[in-house]
Design a binder for this molecule. Sequence first.
Ligand code: URA
Length: 497
Amino acid sequence: MTDSIDASLVHAPIHASVHASVHAPIHAPLHAIDLIRKKRDRGTLTEAEIRFLVAGAASETIPPEQLAAWLMAAWLNGLAAEEIRALTVAMRDSGVKFDPHRPGSGLGTGLGTGLGAGLGKGLSKVAVDKHSTGGVGDKTSFLVAPLAAACGVVVPMISGRALGHTGGTLDKLEAIPGYRTALSLEEFEAVLVKCGASIVSQTPALVPADRVLYALRDRTGTVESPGLICASILSKKLAAGLDALVLDVKTGSGAFMRKREDAEYLAALMVTTAEAAGTRTVALMTDMSQPLGAKAGNWIELVESVELLRGERKAESEDLRELSLILAGWMVYLGGQAESPEAGYARAEAAIVDGSGLRVLMEMIAAQGGDVAVLDDPDFHKPGATLVVEAWETGYVAAMDTTMLGWAVQRLGAGREKAGEPVDAHAGIHFHARRGSFVETGQPLATLYATTESMLAEPGSLLRRAIVFSETAPAPVPLVSRVFTLAEAEALLHQHL
Ligand code: URA
């Protein structure tokens, strides 16, 4: 016996608006205000309380100011492991789910050729995805999804929009005229059957809680929280019915988790949470101390990706190529199509050489309504205004504040200040120098593309503040610094206890 009382009942008011039903010690009526105060006072919410908040977010019955206050309390005081697990599962279950292996699904045995035909093809195929915690110039999805699909796995990828200083896969894809990201689950399945990969948005029906919370976090400075990031990412991934997942956890000046220890904690948290939910998961800690590849924006990121899938090699894009092959290698390995991640890498590289990766991407774009012809049109890129920023010193590019560079990209018009605003397909930055490059004064450092002339000034000055020169070359940073399998993730979390 204990004389302590359940903290969840302390503030329980008399009038119920929603009754929590799962694992609540008593069917206590719940109100958002009590849960805000509980988190504000560093309490740990019960699973029922988390479900209540998530249901209120999904149905939009809890007003945004209360959700925002709770998010800020969670950001400031942190979430316990059990709260993170409950939040992830409640968000996953907040809408309909996709099951790539449902009996009679379009992923059955391959009986047709058109969109919507071919039922049954993928039962034997493993559904694998990759997700990044967000970065600047991070466009690996456009490479890994088609490459892994070309190697025999199915990639049902539910992606997000620009968040904070980071770009959004959906915003980039929508730079292609006609490309539809908001597919119904039937359409999603049909594209997967036809192409092996499909990149879509979460739709109001799929993980609706994340749609609401993600947009609120973007506007309230509550993005950079390990627990909130874990639940946001994994809820979408688990709702897609994945068999396996490769996580790309960014660390460095452009990552949400800038400090290595925080990024490691996030990686371990996500691996254990996803594994507990039944998805085989691995996390790679990867460098975000500079933009990935040479381009950050919307359309220009797609172009850089397509060039690589065409087999073109440019020094400025080598880090992007290498990381994409490593991630695709893990996907192919976890999907049972290679003996090891290294063998998976070799298979993915072969899919660049034989053109099958590019074919999958083009088929996917066409299947989702996109005009593939623009990808062959060098005149399609028509930014409203252009500015070349030249090096103001001679020396090595020693450091980049990549978060500041990300904000510069967003303010050129590639991102939005308010939810729902349109973004400029052509805005962005082409970086001509990388960390460690030696440049002479006056040499072009970056080309900025904006919607209008007046939008160039602030990003130009952000860029100047973000880059530091030195007389000596900086120490190189490994592209992949650590890999977390379940055993490593559990060991790290054990140290945190
Ligand atoms: N990507 C997401 O989907 N959610 C986050 O919170 C961060 C990155």
